[in-house]
Design a protein. Sequence first.
Lengths: 184, 487
Amino acid sequence: MTESDGLSRRRMLMKAGLLFNAAIGAILAVPIVRYILSPVTRERKPGYESWLSLGPLTQFPQGQTRLATYRNPVVNPADGETANIPCWVRNVDGEKFQVFAINCAHLGCPVRWFPQSSLFMCPCHGGVYYADGSRASGPPERGLFQYRFRLEKGNLLIDAGKMPTTGSPTASLTNITLGRRPCA
Amino acid sequence: MRLIKKVGEWVDRRLQLATTLRETMQHPVPRQTASWAYVFGSAALTVFMLQLVTGILLALVYVPSAAEAWSSLQTLNHHVALGWFIRALHGWGSNFMVAIVLIHMVQVFLFGAYKFPRELTWMVGILLLLLTLGMAFTGQVLRFDQDAYWGLGIGASISSRIPILGPWIVNLMLGGPIIAGPTLSRFFALHVFVIPGSLIAFVGLHLLLVLKLGINDWPMPGRIVRRATYSREYHDLTRKDGVPFVPGAVAKDLFFSGFILLCIAACAVYFGPFGPSGQPDPTIIQTAPRPDYFFLWLYAVLSLLPPSMETPALLIGPVIALAVLLALPFFAGEGEKSWKRRPIAVLTILLVAVALGTFTHLAGYAPWSPVMDAWSGEPIPARYLKGCTALARQGALVFQAKQCHNCHALGGVGGQRGPQLDRVAVELTEDQLIRQVIQGGGNMPAYGKNLSPFETTALVAFLETLHPTGQAPARDASRTVESPSRP
């Protein structure tokens, strides 16, 4: 056996060793990537978004818009107050409701309702919305996000669980649907 | 002394680094680089070390849990001896670090230091700038208060606009569907492990490159960088007109670093720590979130861009900026180094500085945001109501009660979202006022549904009184034209 043969055998062994490690690395990468992507994959499971009660209808007088809060359905022990999510409930005529997300459709700041002028105003970049959630002025390109709702045993229920953002699929689902009950 | 020397020798017999260290410290650098213009890089490194130390000290008490972070900051501020001071040092240190890194970058750019052969040093520097800004943003999140909570919301909203992947990225960033426990945990991991680890590694690489390639020579107008000859010219320069790095050049670095540390400590003592502001409870919506100062310009840009431009500008702008910065040494790798012969470089810096400065200044008082409590907290100055009719006074009430004051200033108080109304009667006729109030337009909501006819009449009567003394309100000329049918 010549020396070059021996070298090539060592090199072969080294390459095999590298390959062995690469294979193990690839196998390990699967659970690691799965772990990292868990916030995305968890979304597909049922119970992620669910129907939550905002309380009895008596809390939401006809013709008025009131602040309501709910506890997010997916909760971690470390969430503390951050899992309490507010939203605006508008009782249009006793049967028709609109439930608006608190987040401005521009960049998510909390909009405030001014009953005197019937406007929602955003303190960040100055987005303004009318009582029905449609855009009045400022940088937002659309109206406020709306939750689907239903009435059950005198309670107002909404389908919630995810912070609405401009690009999220829920944003297009909950597009402003004027004059039509968003949930039948 | 003799003992220290003995221990040192014992260690070095095993470590064998003393010779290398001595050579590194005494390597010759061009005499002119021992200058006050060259102190910013070392100052950034010093502040980074201060941040490492104070960061570790804060981590001794801080609780990275969404439920408890805010109260642990209160504990640091009020119950731990000098906890407030360590927080203030860390907060002011971060402000100084961003500022010094930017100044360092400007200096390096104006001195042409990114040119051959230091292209990679520049590119690593760009990465270090991004990491520094990443530290600034994640650090602002760890100060888990209202600003941090809604700032995360803004970050998520921006990320969500990325085509196709947006919603996934939002979930990855927040660690779930909403801003909550996992969000803070992952920002903690980024702020204390991932980004500082990368910073240490890339700062090491940056310094190694500076040592390998030599510190940038002082740019002389007319001394042109050419790939073929530069290395030899630089070598000649350091041999003929060089000083050892220690002590020749390091003295000014030491003094400046010490001075910066002193400034940070002085700011920390005088101004104290940053926040935390209100607790991160999303149901407390009486809040007007503001970013920290290094992101104020972005806050202004987001308010002032036309809505249709926003998403493209947000998503494409940073990519272009980054590409230009990274490509700079490749399309300008040779040639003139001196800022005296590079007017476009100087103008670019001035333009960027003026733009960032203006946006930051504007964001300081945010004229685009409604003043949310002006309607209830800032009354119309009494002089505007003197001698008014009862109807106009009723209109003034409408002006306050319907939140007009939130966006329109009178006598310098109130919002600046809409125009100041002190001379509105001169600018618009009565009819135009009625139309503007009822139909809105020009970025004003339509008030038609929200005002009764009486309220509109009263409000317009009040607005009609808003004109400088001696200047008559605007009149529709056609109202006074006599009808042609009359003889």
